[in-house]
Design a protein around this ligand. Structure first.
Ligand code: GAL
Length: 339
């Protein structure tokens, strides 16, 4: 009986030790993510994939506890969230800035707290001594070995939009008057994506020797309802003169598509419509002929790159300061073959 008790006790001790050892073997990293605004269509795909991908990389011994915060398009709110992340002792922060002009202040806060930082989607703009933005890498990122930016070069997306117009038989000149008359519906103008897409879509046309006429250029802040309102008002104002509608993103292009139909116009016949992002609904419209094209803004590729580098930072590995993910041109043929 004594022997039996001794054996039972020994077994219990072994089990207890194993339990302690296995609890010790599990490392849980705390990840703070703040997105500039949850209602943004594209950033919703992006943030969902950040969570999914982190979860898919968990093992028996490594877990990720993700806190996802909505910046509500309010920089003060987002600064508070970052402060909370610091107080909560996050191991890494992933940040989609509300205002890239606040990058310096936020980077300083996070770096001073000794937390690595991955900036995504909204590229902070470099500036010269006079505060004017310049086309260079951002020192606040370059100077910090634990800070990086993951994004896509918006010049490429604008250029692809223009190239899709150039690929048309009439190069976008539906009425044969020798020029392409267009309207531009822009995203948030503080955002380099909006600035570059606006500029480079048209540059692709003019670089190819095509004459252009801007009828209308207004800010729709990446928003579908705004895109619809602006396109409707441009069509009322300029009617048949409008040959091409450029939208800086698909959400606004989806709105524009509704306005185009409501105005009795037909995409591909008497007007062309382009977006960026390749949202599922937009690709569907391209297949059905109700949008002329879009550009894939690779939410999968970018979110995976952001998570991969966040994990490298958690492991104390050396990282690059910039990671770029390519855009892909999505015309009807591409949409049909790939979606
Ligand atoms: C762009 C994207 C837009 C919007 C914006 C937010 O890259 O194309 O749809 O999500 O980012 O900053």
């Amino acid at each position: 009986m004594k022997k039996f008790l001794a054996m039972a006790l020994a077994l219990c001790m072994i089990f207890a030790l194993c339990a302690v050892a296995s609890a010790d073997d599990v490392k849980t990293y705390k990840v703070g993510v703040s997105i500039y605004q949850f209602t943004d269509n594209f950033m919703t795909l992006y943030r969902n994939e950040i969570e999914n991908y982190f979860k898919s990389l968990e093992t028996d011994s490594v877990k990720y506890e993700i806190t996802m915060a909505d910046g509500k398009n309010d920089m003060a709110e987002q600064t508070n969230q970052v402060q909370n992340f610091i107080t909560q002792g996050m191991d890494v922060i992933i940040l989609n800035l509300v205002q890239t002009s606040s990058a310096d202040a936020v980077i300083d806060m996070v770096v001073d707290a000794g937390i690595p930082l991955v900036l995504i989607n909204r590229e902070p703009l470099a500036y010269d001594a006079d505060g004017n933005t310049i086309d260079e890498a951002y020192e606040g990122i370059l100077d910090n070995p634990t800070v990086c930016y993951v994004g896509a070069d918006a010049r490429q997306s604008g250029t692809f939009q223009g190239q899709m117009v150039l690929a048309l038989d009439n190069k976008g000149d539906l009425n044969g008057d020798g020029k392409v008359s267009y309207i531009m519906i822009e995203g948030d103008p503080e955002n380099i994506d909006a600035q570059y897409r606006t500029q480079f879509s048209i540059k692709a046309l003019t670089d190819a020797g095509v004459e252009v006429e801007e009828l209308f250029d207004q800010v729709g802040n990446w928003d579908q309802t705004k895109g619809q309102e602006l396109c409707a008002s441009a069509l009322t104002q300029f009617g048949d003169k409008v040959e091409v509608v450029f939208c800086n993103n698909d959400a606004m292009a989806l709105g524009a598509a509704t306005a185009i139909t409501a105005a009795g116009r037909t995409v591909g016949e008497d007007i062309y419509l382009y977006g960026v992002d390749a949202l599922e609904e937009a690709v569907q419209l391209i297949k059905e002929g109700e949008m002329s094209g879009t550009v894939l803004n690779d939410a999968m590729g970018q979110s995976h790159a952001a998570v991969d580098v966040a994990i490298q930072l958690l492991n104390g590995e050396e990282i690059q300061n910039y990671y770029w993910v390519d855009y892909v041109m999505v015309d009807k043929a591409y949409a049909e073959a790939n979606y």
